[in-house]
Each structure stands twice: as structure tokens, then as C-alpha cells.
Design a protein around this ligand. Structure first.
Ligand code: ATP
Ligand code: MG
Length: 314
């Protein structure tokens, strides 16, 4: 939500792990939409209400490191417990920082327990199926964190902004009706409810970048030869539909943010701040699972002690 007063970034180094998790949960709460009915994008900032100057860099870095470390220890328990899984969906305009957020926030996590899937324009095989099909194949196994870099939400974003795409989806014509978007929202809500009931927690992150900041980042991508590969004329073209995208995002969040599977609308004009907010949202989701290492039986402990004794006697 819009924050009224300028907050200061706190030094969290002295906190216990439990306190840190509590802080992260409270912090992520600011950006968590929950029930989307009253959601308005204009109520959410793209800039953090925080004057982060160059002098704050070490503190920002340290805060993110603490978050990443907390997340990594929680993921270890998620993996050991092997019951829940977490799906984190990222959606955003180009250059909002999805790739960087995924890279930095997941940097401490055991790669065995995490899988990133990117969804670009669908292939002809994808189009021979229902729109959830290609994403369903990449859902995280129990004990794992799955990251979707774009997702089935493109079906109510890019496809809605460019309605002609619908015609390429091989749908029977009579199914392309005026309530197709409403129906897709309903299908997505049901799908996420189904996943929740099966132990897959789904959270969704919208990196809320401003049009001005996108312009700045696009120019950087042209000026910096190492960033040229990241930029295409298609990205610049999509920028021309900014307002249509913002309306589509707003309606998408209104219709698909639920208590169980909330959207987090994260201010993304400052990359470091956005990464801290993303790490906090993931910590929040994992903390809500009440994770614990599997309990070992008395017999098993006795057996382990016997093995230890034998090893020491070698
Ligand atoms: P990066 O630019 O960092 O490589 P990206 O996710 O922007 O990552 P691109 O290949 O540039 O990757 O863009 C993918 C494009 O595919 C986006 O414009 C997106 O809107 C589009 N896309 C994704 N899903 C669908 C879909 N279901 N139907 C049509 N277009 C889609
Ligand atoms: Mg792109």
C-alpha cells in the first residue's frame, strides 16, 4: 500500500532467526493484496518510500543476505519434510527486474530443491492443449520451490491486450465469448484452490515498475553493450500499450488475489528494495506452512546411536 511516512531501513543483524522471520512477514504484509475485490493499482507505489542513497548500499546488501539465508534454512526443512511445495509466480512488464529478483533471491537455495520455469509465447504443441497444460507440467514436486517466470497469467494479460492472439489459440469459435476473461479468472482461481488443497501453496508477485523507470532501463539496455541482448523492438512496442497492460493487471489482481493465493504488489523501481520484498514474501509463504524436520522414532534414534558406537569403535 502507499506508505505515508518515509521509513528507514533497519539494521537486522542482531535479530534471532525467529525475529527475522517475523520482521520479514510484517514487511511483506504491506505489499500483500489478499482479497482482491477492492484492489486499485493506484494505491500501490512503484517507488519505495525510502530514500536509499549510495551510503545505504552495504545495509541493503546485508538485509538481502539475511533474508536469503533465512529463506535457505526454511527451504532445507521444506525439502526434508517433503509434504508441502511452494509455487512462486512472477509477472511484470519488461525490464521490471524479474530475472534479477529470481537470481538474487534464490541464490542461497539448494538447487536440488528449486526449479525455475520460463514461459514465453506458446509453442504449437502448447496450443494443442488447454492453457494451463504447459504450466501444469512444471509444478513443483513436494518439498520443492517452483518459480514461474511468467505463467498462465499471460492468458489474461498479453492475450487480453492483443485480443487477436485469441484467434491463434485454436479454440472452437463458439467458446470465444465476451465473458472469456471472467471465465479464465474463474478457472485460474479454481486451479489455485485445487493446488492449495493438495499442498501446493501458490503466491504471485507483480513487480510494479513505473513507466519512467522502464524507459530508463530500456535506454541502459541500448547504451550498455553487455545489456544489448536483453532488449528487442518487441519490448519497445509493448511499452506503447502501457495503459492497457495496467488495466489488465489491475483486473487480474482484483479477480485472482485470494487469502490462500495472494498477489504481492512489490515496488520495483529500486531493484534492491524489490528483492528484499520478494524474499520477504517467500519467507512469509514458507513460515505459514509451519515447517518442521521430520520427527525420528525412539527406535530409529537408538539404531543411529548403535551405528555411531560401531563407527567410533572402528
Ligand atoms: P527476457 O526478455 O528477460 O528474456 P521475457 O520473459 O520477457 O524474458 P521474451 O522472450 O522477451 O521473454 O518474451 C516472452 C514473450 O512471450 C512476452 O512478450 C510474453 O508476453 C509472451 N507470452 C508469454 N506467454 C504467452 C501466451 N500465453 N500467449 C502469448 N504470448 C505469451
Ligand atoms: Mg523480454
Amino acid at each position: 500500500m502507499k506508505e505515508k511516512t518515509a521509513a528507514k531501513l533497519e539494521d537486522l543483524t542482531t535479530l534471532s532467526k525467529k525475529e527475522l522471520i517475523k520482521k520479514a512477514r510484517k514487511f511483506s504484509d504491506k505489499y500483500c493484496v489478499g482479497d482482491g475485490k477492492k484492489f486499485r493499482l493506484k494505491d500501490y507505489d512503484s517507488k519505495p518510500k525510502l530514500n536509499l542513497g549510495p551510503e545505504d548500499k552495504p545495509l541493503v546488501k546485508q538485509t538481502l543476505q539475511l533474508g536469503v539465508a533465512a529463506l535457505a534454512t526454511m527451504q532445507d526443512v521444506l525439502y526434508a519434510q517433503d509434504k508441502w511445495s511452494l509455487l512462486v509466480i512472477f509477472q511484470a512488464m519488461d525490464a521490471a527486474g524479474k530475472d534479477g529478483a529470481i537470481k538474487h533471491v534464490m541464490s542461497g537455495v539448494n538447487p536440488q530443491g528449486c526449479q525455475v520455469s520460463s514461459f514465453k509465447a506458446p509453442s504449437s504443441e502448447d496450443l494443442d492443449h488447454d492453457f494451463l497444460w504447459r504450466c501444469q507440467k512444471h509444478l513443483p514436486e513436494r518439498g520443492r520451490i517452483g518459480i514461474f517466470n511468467r505463467s498462465y497469467y499471460e492468458e489474461v494479460l498479453v492475450v487480453r491486450v492483443h485480443k487477436q492472439i485469441l484467434k491463434t489459440q485454436k479454440l472452437p469459435e463458439k467458446l470465444i465469448t465476451d465473458d472469456i476473461w471472467e471465465n479464465r479468472f474463474k478457472d485460474i482461481r479454481n486451479f489455485e484452490k485445487y493446488l492449495t488443497r493438495n499442498g501446493v501453496r501458490v503466491i504471485k508477485i507483480f513487480l510494479n515498475v513505473s513507466k519512467d523507470e522502464q524507459k530508463k532501463r530500456f535506454i541502459e539496455r541500448v547504451d550498455d553493450p553487455d545489456k544489448n541482448w536483453k532488449f528487442s523492438s518487441a519490448d519497445a512496442r509493448e511499452r506503447g500499450y502501457w495503459d492497457d497492460y495496467m488495466s489488465a493487471y489491475e483486473e487480474m489482481i482484483q479477480n485472482t488475489s485470494t487469502e490462500d493465493s495472494p498477489w504481492y504488489v512489490v515496488p520495483a523501481d529500486n531493484k534492491s528494495y524489490a528483492r528484499i520484498a520478494v524474499a520477504s514474501a517467500i519467507i512469509d509463504a514458507l513460515a505459514g506452512m509451519k515447517l518442521e524436520y521430520p520427527k525420528v522414532s525412539e527406535e530409529k534414534i537408538a539404531e543411529l546411536n548403535e551405528i555411531k558406537k560401531a563407527l567410533l569403535a572402528e
